[in-house]
Design a binder for this molecule. Sequence first.
Ligand code: GLN
Length: 493
Amino acid sequence: MGIEKSVSELHELLVDKDISSIELTKAYIKRIQTVDPELKAYLTVLEDQALAQAAEVDRKIAHGEVLGALEGIPMALKDNMCTEGVRTSCASKMLENFMPPYNATVTDRLRAAGTILLGKVNMDEFAMGSSTENSYFAKTRNPWDLGCVPGGSSGGSAVAVAADEAAFALGSDTGGSIRQPAAFCGVVGMKPTYGVVSRYGLIAFASSLDQIGPLTKTVRDNALVMNAISGYDALDSTSVSYEKPDYTKFLVNDIKGLRIGIPREYFGEGIDPDVARGIQAGIQTLIDLGAEVAECSLPHTEYAIPAYYLIATAEASSNLARYDGVRYGFRTEAEDVLGMFKKTRAAGFGQEVKRRIMLGTYALSSGYYDAYYLKAQKVRTLIKQDFDKAFERFDVLLSPTAPTAAFKFGEKSANPLAMYLSDITTVPINLAGIPAISIPAGFVKGLPIGMQLMGKALDEGTLYRAAYTFEQNTNYHTLKPNLSKEVLACGSR
Ligand code: GLN
């Protein structure tokens, strides 16, 4: 009942009193109970709290109050965004029982907008990964093929939206973790400009790269959620003070004259030819709609993966030093305090998190700092300059969001390097701090693929315009995975 609809459609239903927020919330909870035992998107479901929040909105409707765009809309938060009194685990044993005493800014803003928090969703531990296989708790499954990963690290967020277990969700993106799962699950995912959405209360992975953004069914919904969560926040020292637009103003079905650059490095080695073909077809659609398309080059792209995996791990090694058994969460007892630190960290973190702490500590250690960390920072600048140069000629750049469609469980998890290499099309964007959106752009062997549009800093608006035009002239976003009883039953075998 309504759960498959977009946020903007649900808003109409609420305003017209065709459905109440309580009915809608109950419908989502029923959906979670039906599909989530197999899909495992949720780590925590907040049934009572959600129904109480919905009742509040219904009272407002009954009193004839004007309803905000997101009021009464049920949604989910990635489990690295702090929720006061509600467990925020980062999908780690280390924070298995962590109850934050405060809300993240995004949590507060979505509450102020009147949304209903259905629960907290799964992710790779501390947002480290590209498949959600690194969660301590569960493996979230791709609704389009239960044998495939949903992408990561915001796999739970993407699945919740794709499988109609939430009207929208927030994810975080350090090197692709909103866009890549959005692509793998056939939904829209925006990684905003660094500093546009507050990171206050987002459990830090790599502070200079992390950014929160919306995963939604449509481009319009994405702009609506951005309106609610973006904007300056004094609690985040890297928050950008800028004139915040109404992002829905950019939702016009017109890209005549829009200059789109196609970076050739993003179609090279490692890109599945079927994915490349699918994106080429998308480019043709944009040309037919009046865009001016030309090839370009981002020559330092091949250095993005090593630079990213040095900078991200260096920052992570510092950010994760606080989990020592004293300040937060899990503790293992030992003879002395040093032993306690060691045992706690050995048992509390999963393999991938430990690998990154070691890599990052090494890159920052004296004698290696200049060769690795400092070098990586210089490469970061070169990558940023590649983009600056390209944006002198183009309004938007376009690529596949990921080199392949969703892969099978276990296909890459035994080989960290193969997993890291799959991030080649997303990490440069975080290094440069610019915005990028992934939109549904077709299917390869029954699995969705995403088209990535990259923009100038603070120019989310142009991305929304291009994405909206593409969406209005294609039907990929209207197709749904088959989650019939039969499909769910065979998934459990
Ligand atoms: N896959 C990348 C990594 O493992 C990106 C993760 C993210 O964006 N949180 O670091």
